[in-house]
Design a protein around this ligand. Structure first.
Ligand code: EPS
Length: 387
Protein backbone atom coordinates (compact mmCIF):
# COMPACT_ATOMS: atom_id res chain seq x y z
CA UNK A 1 0.00 0.00 0.00
CA UNK A 2 1.16 3.50 -0.81
CA UNK A 3 0.10 6.18 1.67
CA UNK A 4 0.91 9.81 2.13
CA UNK A 5 0.43 12.39 4.84
CA UNK A 6 0.84 16.12 4.45
CA UNK A 7 1.38 18.58 7.28
CA UNK A 8 1.72 22.32 7.66
CA UNK A 9 -0.29 25.50 8.11
CA UNK A 10 -0.67 27.99 5.24
CA UNK A 11 1.40 30.64 7.07
CA UNK A 12 3.48 28.32 9.25
CA UNK A 13 7.18 27.70 8.66
CA UNK A 14 6.79 24.91 6.09
CA UNK A 15 4.69 22.20 4.50
CA UNK A 16 5.81 18.59 4.46
CA UNK A 17 4.68 15.40 2.84
CA UNK A 18 5.74 11.88 3.71
CA UNK A 19 5.09 9.18 1.13
CA UNK A 20 5.26 5.61 2.29
CA UNK A 21 5.31 2.46 0.16
CA UNK A 22 6.95 3.70 -3.04
CA UNK A 23 8.93 0.80 -4.55
CA UNK A 24 12.73 1.00 -4.63
CA UNK A 25 14.56 1.94 -7.82
CA UNK A 26 12.22 4.61 -9.23
CA UNK A 27 14.34 7.29 -10.95
CA UNK A 28 13.40 10.64 -9.35
CA UNK A 29 14.26 13.99 -10.89
CA UNK A 30 14.14 17.06 -8.66
CA UNK A 31 13.70 19.19 -11.79
CA UNK A 32 10.66 17.07 -12.61
CA UNK A 33 9.20 17.78 -9.16
CA UNK A 34 9.86 21.50 -9.58
CA UNK A 35 8.19 21.55 -13.01
CA UNK A 36 5.01 20.28 -11.32
CA UNK A 37 5.31 22.81 -8.50
CA UNK A 38 5.58 25.61 -11.04
CA UNK A 39 2.37 24.54 -12.78
CA UNK A 40 0.55 24.96 -9.47
CA UNK A 41 1.98 28.42 -8.91
CA UNK A 42 1.04 30.13 -12.14
CA UNK A 43 -2.20 30.84 -13.93
CA UNK A 44 -4.91 33.40 -14.43
CA UNK A 45 -6.86 34.07 -11.25
CA UNK A 46 -3.98 33.42 -8.82
CA UNK A 47 -3.73 35.59 -5.70
CA UNK A 48 -0.84 37.66 -4.35
CA UNK A 49 0.64 34.78 -2.36
CA UNK A 50 2.16 33.29 -5.49
CA UNK A 51 4.33 36.39 -5.88
CA UNK A 52 5.89 35.66 -2.50
CA UNK A 53 6.50 31.91 -2.72
CA UNK A 54 8.95 29.88 -4.80
CA UNK A 55 7.75 26.45 -3.64
CA UNK A 56 11.12 24.73 -3.79
CA UNK A 57 11.26 21.16 -2.56
CA UNK A 58 13.91 19.80 -0.19
CA UNK A 59 14.25 16.03 -0.17
CA UNK A 60 14.75 14.90 3.43
CA UNK A 61 14.58 11.12 3.07
CA UNK A 62 13.90 8.09 0.90
CA UNK A 63 15.88 9.05 -2.21
CA UNK A 64 19.58 8.32 -2.79
CA UNK A 65 21.64 8.87 -5.94
CA UNK A 66 18.53 9.83 -7.86
CA UNK A 67 16.43 6.78 -7.00
CA UNK A 68 13.92 5.75 -4.36
CA UNK A 69 15.30 3.29 -1.81
CA UNK A 70 12.03 1.91 -0.46
CA UNK A 71 12.04 3.98 2.73
CA UNK A 72 9.55 6.80 3.38
CA UNK A 73 10.17 9.80 1.11
CA UNK A 74 9.84 13.09 2.96
CA UNK A 75 9.65 16.38 1.08
CA UNK A 76 9.72 19.82 2.68
CA UNK A 77 8.55 23.10 1.16
CA UNK A 78 9.30 26.26 3.10
CA UNK A 79 6.62 28.95 3.31
CA UNK A 80 8.56 32.09 2.47
CA UNK A 81 5.55 34.11 3.67
CA UNK A 82 6.10 32.82 7.24
CA UNK A 83 8.62 35.56 7.95
CA UNK A 84 5.88 38.15 7.33
CA UNK A 85 3.56 36.70 9.97
CA UNK A 86 5.46 37.64 13.12
CA UNK A 87 3.95 36.21 16.31
CA UNK A 88 0.61 35.39 14.63
CA UNK A 89 1.73 31.85 13.81
CA UNK A 90 4.03 31.35 16.80
CA UNK A 91 4.19 27.82 18.22
CA UNK A 92 4.95 29.15 21.70
CA UNK A 93 2.64 30.73 24.29
CA UNK A 94 1.86 34.40 23.54
CA UNK A 95 0.43 37.21 25.73
CA UNK A 96 -3.34 37.82 25.54
CA UNK A 97 -2.95 41.04 23.57
CA UNK A 98 -0.95 39.26 20.83
CA UNK A 99 -3.55 36.48 20.64
CA UNK A 100 -6.39 39.00 20.54
CA UNK A 101 -4.74 41.01 17.77
CA UNK A 102 -4.26 37.87 15.69
CA UNK A 103 -7.78 36.52 16.27
CA UNK A 104 -10.22 36.03 13.35
CA UNK A 105 -13.86 35.87 14.43
CA UNK A 106 -15.96 36.35 11.29
CA UNK A 107 -16.36 32.98 9.54
CA UNK A 108 -16.64 33.03 5.74
CA UNK A 109 -19.76 31.39 4.26
CA UNK A 110 -18.69 28.48 2.07
CA UNK A 111 -15.45 27.91 3.98
CA UNK A 112 -15.11 25.41 6.83
CA UNK A 113 -14.44 28.30 9.24
CA UNK A 114 -17.62 28.03 11.34
CA UNK A 115 -17.91 24.24 11.49
CA UNK A 116 -14.19 24.11 12.30
CA UNK A 117 -14.34 26.39 15.35
CA UNK A 118 -17.45 24.59 16.62
CA UNK A 119 -15.91 21.16 16.11
CA UNK A 120 -12.56 21.91 17.79
CA UNK A 121 -13.75 24.39 20.44
CA UNK A 122 -11.72 27.34 19.12
CA UNK A 123 -12.31 31.06 19.65
CA UNK A 124 -10.16 31.87 16.60
CA UNK A 125 -11.05 30.99 13.03
CA UNK A 126 -7.35 31.20 12.10
CA UNK A 127 -6.79 27.80 13.75
CA UNK A 128 -9.15 26.38 11.12
CA UNK A 129 -8.40 28.36 8.00
CA UNK A 130 -4.66 27.84 8.23
CA UNK A 131 -5.02 24.12 7.62
CA UNK A 132 -8.17 24.15 5.50
CA UNK A 133 -6.40 26.49 3.03
CA UNK A 134 -5.63 25.24 -0.44
CA UNK A 135 -2.01 26.03 0.35
CA UNK A 136 -1.96 22.37 1.44
CA UNK A 137 -2.19 21.35 -2.22
CA UNK A 138 1.47 22.38 -2.56
CA UNK A 139 2.41 19.27 -0.58
CA UNK A 140 -0.03 17.10 -2.55
CA UNK A 141 1.52 18.24 -5.82
CA UNK A 142 5.03 17.48 -4.52
CA UNK A 143 3.88 13.94 -3.68
CA UNK A 144 2.04 13.78 -7.00
CA UNK A 145 5.30 14.49 -8.81
CA UNK A 146 6.79 11.36 -7.20
CA UNK A 147 3.74 9.31 -8.19
CA UNK A 148 3.91 10.60 -11.75
CA UNK A 149 7.57 9.63 -12.01
CA UNK A 150 6.67 6.15 -10.74
CA UNK A 151 3.87 5.90 -13.32
CA UNK A 152 6.17 7.17 -16.09
CA UNK A 153 8.51 4.25 -15.38
CA UNK A 154 5.52 1.99 -16.16
CA UNK A 155 4.50 3.83 -19.35
CA UNK A 156 1.58 5.69 -17.78
CA UNK A 157 1.08 9.42 -18.32
CA UNK A 158 -1.31 11.90 -16.72
CA UNK A 159 -2.33 15.38 -17.91
CA UNK A 160 -5.22 17.78 -17.42
CA UNK A 161 -6.87 20.80 -19.01
CA UNK A 162 -9.48 23.39 -18.16
CA UNK A 163 -12.85 22.72 -19.80
CA UNK A 164 -14.92 25.35 -18.03
CA UNK A 165 -14.47 28.62 -16.15
CA UNK A 166 -17.63 30.26 -14.85
CA UNK A 167 -20.19 30.06 -17.68
CA UNK A 168 -17.55 29.55 -20.40
CA UNK A 169 -17.34 25.89 -21.54
CA UNK A 170 -15.11 24.15 -24.06
CA UNK A 171 -17.36 23.01 -26.91
CA UNK A 172 -14.68 21.08 -28.84
CA UNK A 173 -14.93 17.29 -28.58
CA UNK A 174 -12.31 16.39 -31.18
CA UNK A 175 -9.27 16.43 -28.92
CA UNK A 176 -7.01 13.63 -27.67
CA UNK A 177 -4.38 13.10 -25.00
CA UNK A 178 -1.70 15.02 -26.93
CA UNK A 179 -3.91 18.14 -26.92
CA UNK A 180 -4.61 17.75 -23.20
CA UNK A 181 -0.89 17.34 -22.52
CA UNK A 182 -0.11 20.46 -24.57
CA UNK A 183 -2.67 22.64 -22.73
CA UNK A 184 -0.11 24.04 -20.30
CA UNK A 185 2.18 25.09 -23.15
CA UNK A 186 -0.77 26.25 -25.30
CA UNK A 187 -2.03 28.68 -22.67
CA UNK A 188 -0.32 28.57 -19.25
CA UNK A 189 -2.77 31.21 -17.99
CA UNK A 190 -5.93 29.10 -18.41
CA UNK A 191 -4.79 25.66 -19.68
CA UNK A 192 -7.62 25.75 -22.19
CA UNK A 193 -6.85 24.14 -25.57
CA UNK A 194 -9.11 26.52 -27.53
CA UNK A 195 -7.22 29.81 -28.02
CA UNK A 196 -10.32 31.97 -28.57
CA UNK A 197 -12.08 30.52 -25.53
CA UNK A 198 -8.90 30.90 -23.45
CA UNK A 199 -8.93 34.63 -24.23
CA UNK A 200 -12.58 34.87 -23.12
CA UNK A 201 -11.73 32.99 -19.93
CA UNK A 202 -8.86 35.37 -19.14
CA UNK A 203 -11.17 38.34 -19.72
CA UNK A 204 -13.87 36.83 -17.52
CA UNK A 205 -11.37 36.26 -14.68
CA UNK A 206 -10.09 39.83 -15.03
CA UNK A 207 -13.62 41.19 -14.97
CA UNK A 208 -14.52 39.05 -11.95
CA UNK A 209 -11.43 40.33 -10.12
CA UNK A 210 -12.62 43.92 -10.78
CA UNK A 211 -16.07 43.03 -9.43
CA UNK A 212 -14.38 41.53 -6.33
CA UNK A 213 -16.06 38.18 -6.90
CA UNK A 214 -14.77 34.63 -7.51
CA UNK A 215 -15.25 31.90 -10.15
CA UNK A 216 -15.37 28.11 -10.29
CA UNK A 217 -15.08 25.73 -13.19
CA UNK A 218 -14.24 22.24 -14.42
CA UNK A 219 -10.90 20.48 -14.87
CA UNK A 220 -10.65 17.31 -16.94
CA UNK A 221 -7.81 14.88 -16.22
CA UNK A 222 -6.65 11.99 -18.41
CA UNK A 223 -4.44 9.00 -17.61
CA UNK A 224 -3.17 6.95 -20.57
CA UNK A 225 -1.28 3.65 -20.67
CA UNK A 226 -3.17 2.31 -17.65
CA UNK A 227 -3.38 -1.50 -17.82
CA UNK A 228 -6.70 -3.35 -17.77
CA UNK A 229 -7.74 -4.72 -14.40
CA UNK A 230 -6.80 -2.13 -11.75
CA UNK A 231 -9.35 -2.01 -8.94
CA UNK A 232 -12.02 -4.68 -8.59
CA UNK A 233 -15.75 -5.20 -8.90
CA UNK A 234 -15.84 -7.66 -5.99
CA UNK A 235 -16.29 -5.20 -3.12
CA UNK A 236 -17.33 -1.59 -2.66
CA UNK A 237 -14.04 -0.33 -1.29
CA UNK A 238 -12.00 -1.96 -4.04
CA UNK A 239 -13.89 -0.26 -6.89
CA UNK A 240 -11.41 2.11 -8.50
CA UNK A 241 -14.02 4.66 -9.57
CA UNK A 242 -15.05 5.05 -5.92
CA UNK A 243 -11.45 5.45 -4.85
CA UNK A 244 -10.75 8.03 -7.56
CA UNK A 245 -13.90 9.93 -6.60
CA UNK A 246 -12.85 10.06 -2.96
CA UNK A 247 -9.35 11.28 -3.77
CA UNK A 248 -10.55 13.98 -6.17
CA UNK A 249 -13.48 15.09 -4.02
CA UNK A 250 -11.01 15.69 -1.18
CA UNK A 251 -9.40 18.55 -3.12
CA UNK A 252 -10.26 21.95 -1.63
CA UNK A 253 -13.29 23.58 -3.36
CA UNK A 254 -14.28 20.46 -5.35
CA UNK A 255 -18.03 19.80 -5.09
CA UNK A 256 -18.54 17.09 -7.74
CA UNK A 257 -16.53 14.40 -9.53
CA UNK A 258 -17.51 12.82 -12.85
CA UNK A 259 -16.01 9.76 -14.53
CA UNK A 260 -16.26 9.61 -18.32
CA UNK A 261 -19.58 10.95 -19.57
CA UNK A 262 -21.22 10.14 -16.23
CA UNK A 263 -23.49 13.17 -15.99
CA UNK A 264 -24.58 13.12 -19.64
CA UNK A 265 -25.17 9.37 -19.63
CA UNK A 266 -27.81 9.58 -16.89
CA UNK A 267 -30.12 11.13 -19.51
CA UNK A 268 -29.40 8.88 -22.51
CA UNK A 269 -30.54 5.38 -23.55
CA UNK A 270 -27.99 2.61 -22.94
CA UNK A 271 -27.36 2.12 -26.67
CA UNK A 272 -25.90 5.65 -26.77
CA UNK A 273 -23.85 5.26 -23.62
CA UNK A 274 -21.92 1.98 -23.64
CA UNK A 275 -18.68 1.47 -25.55
CA UNK A 276 -18.86 -1.42 -28.05
CA UNK A 277 -16.03 -3.96 -27.93
CA UNK A 278 -13.97 -4.58 -31.09
CA UNK A 279 -11.02 -6.92 -31.82
CA UNK A 280 -7.50 -5.49 -31.68
CA UNK A 281 -4.43 -7.27 -33.08
CA UNK A 282 -1.89 -6.23 -30.45
CA UNK A 283 -3.95 -5.69 -27.28
CA UNK A 284 -6.65 -8.30 -27.90
CA UNK A 285 -9.64 -5.95 -27.57
CA UNK A 286 -10.40 -2.29 -28.19
CA UNK A 287 -13.26 0.27 -28.23
CA UNK A 288 -14.20 2.95 -30.74
CA UNK A 289 -15.61 5.18 -28.01
CA UNK A 290 -14.70 5.86 -24.37
CA UNK A 291 -17.82 7.22 -22.72
CA UNK A 292 -17.10 5.09 -19.65
CA UNK A 293 -13.90 7.07 -19.08
CA UNK A 294 -11.72 3.95 -18.88
CA UNK A 295 -13.53 2.28 -15.98
CA UNK A 296 -16.37 -0.27 -16.02
CA UNK A 297 -17.67 -1.89 -12.83
CA UNK A 298 -14.90 -0.32 -10.77
CA UNK A 299 -12.17 -1.88 -12.95
CA UNK A 300 -9.92 -0.19 -15.53
CA UNK A 301 -10.63 -1.40 -19.07
CA UNK A 302 -7.44 -0.23 -20.78
CA UNK A 303 -8.96 2.90 -22.33
CA UNK A 304 -7.76 6.33 -21.13
CA UNK A 305 -9.12 7.21 -17.70
CA UNK A 306 -11.04 10.48 -17.99
CA UNK A 307 -12.27 12.27 -14.87
CA UNK A 308 -13.70 15.72 -14.31
CA UNK A 309 -13.74 17.74 -11.11
CA UNK A 310 -16.14 20.61 -10.54
CA UNK A 311 -14.67 23.42 -8.45
CA UNK A 312 -17.03 25.82 -6.69
CA UNK A 313 -15.98 29.49 -6.67
CA UNK A 314 -13.52 30.28 -3.86
CA UNK A 315 -15.32 31.28 -0.68
CA UNK A 316 -13.05 34.16 0.32
CA UNK A 317 -14.73 37.19 -1.26
CA UNK A 318 -13.15 40.64 -1.37
CA UNK A 319 -16.73 41.93 -1.23
CA UNK A 320 -17.66 39.73 1.75
CA UNK A 321 -21.00 38.01 2.42
CA UNK A 322 -23.05 38.17 5.60
CA UNK A 323 -22.02 36.16 8.60
CA UNK A 324 -22.13 36.16 12.42
CA UNK A 325 -19.21 37.09 14.70
CA UNK A 326 -18.40 33.96 16.74
CA UNK A 327 -17.72 35.97 19.93
CA UNK A 328 -20.25 38.84 19.85
CA UNK A 329 -22.89 36.82 17.90
CA UNK A 330 -23.66 40.05 16.00
CA UNK A 331 -24.39 39.97 12.25
CA UNK A 332 -21.27 41.23 10.43
CA UNK A 333 -19.50 40.95 7.09
CA UNK A 334 -17.16 37.95 6.72
CA UNK A 335 -13.40 38.14 7.13
CA UNK A 336 -11.45 39.11 4.04
CA UNK A 337 -8.25 37.10 3.68
CA UNK A 338 -5.93 37.50 0.72
CA UNK A 339 -7.08 34.88 -1.77
CA UNK A 340 -7.36 33.82 -5.38
CA UNK A 341 -10.14 34.82 -7.79
CA UNK A 342 -10.21 31.50 -9.65
CA UNK A 343 -8.09 28.44 -8.88
CA UNK A 344 -9.30 26.30 -11.78
CA UNK A 345 -6.22 26.68 -14.06
CA UNK A 346 -3.87 25.94 -11.14
CA UNK A 347 -6.15 23.17 -9.85
CA UNK A 348 -5.44 20.81 -12.75
CA UNK A 349 -2.07 19.71 -11.44
CA UNK A 350 -3.69 18.92 -8.06
CA UNK A 351 -6.22 16.62 -9.76
CA UNK A 352 -3.33 15.00 -11.61
CA UNK A 353 -1.50 14.43 -8.32
CA UNK A 354 -4.52 12.78 -6.68
CA UNK A 355 -5.26 10.57 -9.69
CA UNK A 356 -1.57 9.62 -9.82
CA UNK A 357 -1.77 8.61 -6.15
CA UNK A 358 -4.81 6.34 -6.64
CA UNK A 359 -3.30 4.68 -9.73
CA UNK A 360 0.11 4.19 -8.06
CA UNK A 361 -1.58 2.51 -5.14
CA UNK A 362 -3.71 0.28 -7.37
CA UNK A 363 -0.65 -0.74 -9.41
CA UNK A 364 1.37 -1.73 -6.34
CA UNK A 365 -1.62 -3.67 -5.07
CA UNK A 366 -1.99 -5.66 -8.29
CA UNK A 367 1.62 -6.12 -9.35
CA UNK A 368 3.58 -6.32 -6.09
CA UNK A 369 5.49 -3.60 -4.45
CA UNK A 370 9.16 -3.67 -3.46
CA UNK A 371 11.18 -3.06 -6.62
CA UNK A 372 10.30 -1.17 -9.81
CA UNK A 373 11.90 -3.87 -12.00
CA UNK A 374 9.70 -6.59 -10.46
CA UNK A 375 6.60 -4.51 -11.16
CA UNK A 376 7.65 -3.90 -14.77
CA UNK A 377 8.26 -7.63 -15.30
CA UNK A 378 4.97 -8.54 -13.69
CA UNK A 379 3.05 -6.11 -15.92
CA UNK A 380 4.74 -7.53 -19.05
CA UNK A 381 3.75 -11.09 -18.12
CA UNK A 382 0.19 -10.01 -17.33
CA UNK A 383 -0.28 -8.05 -20.58
CA UNK A 384 0.99 -11.07 -22.56
CA UNK A 385 -1.58 -13.29 -20.81
CA UNK A 386 -4.62 -11.12 -21.42
CA UNK A 387 -3.88 -10.45 -25.10
C1 EPS B 1 -2.61 29.21 -1.72
C2 EPS B 1 -2.17 29.94 -0.70
C3 EPS B 1 -3.10 30.75 0.11
C4 EPS B 1 -4.25 31.25 -0.74
C5 EPS B 1 -4.93 30.16 -1.53
C6 EPS B 1 -4.01 29.16 -2.13
O1 EPS B 1 -2.28 31.76 0.61
P1 EPS B 1 -2.76 33.12 1.33
O2 EPS B 1 -3.92 32.76 2.20
O3 EPS B 1 -1.55 33.53 2.10
O4 EPS B 1 -3.06 34.09 0.22
O5 EPS B 1 -3.79 32.20 -1.67
O6 EPS B 1 -5.82 29.47 -0.70
C7 EPS B 1 -7.14 29.55 -0.97
C8 EPS B 1 -7.60 29.96 -2.10
C9 EPS B 1 -8.05 29.13 0.09
O7 EPS B 1 -9.26 29.32 -0.06
O8 EPS B 1 -7.57 28.63 1.06
C10 EPS B 1 -1.70 28.37 -2.51
O9 EPS B 1 -0.50 28.22 -2.18
O10 EPS B 1 -2.17 27.81 -3.50
Amino acid sequence: MIRFLTSGESHGPALTVTVEGLPAGIPISLDGIHAEMKKRMTGSGAGGRMLIETDEVRILSGIRFGKTIGSPVTLLIENRDYKNWGATMSASEQPDEVRAAARVTKPRPGHTDLAGVQKYAFDDVRNVLERASARETTARVAAGALFKQFLAALGIEIASHTIRIGHLSLKRRDYGFDDVKASYATDPETRCIDAALAQQMRDLIKDTRMRMDTLGGIVETWAVGVPVGLGSYVHFDRRLDGRIAQALMSIQSVKAVEIGDGILSAGLPGSEVHDEIIPDGSRGFDRNTNRAGGIEGGVTNGMPIIVRVYHKPISTLYKPMNTVDILSREPVKATVERSDICIVPRGGVVSEAMLAYVLSNALVEKFGGDVIGDIQASIRTYLARIR
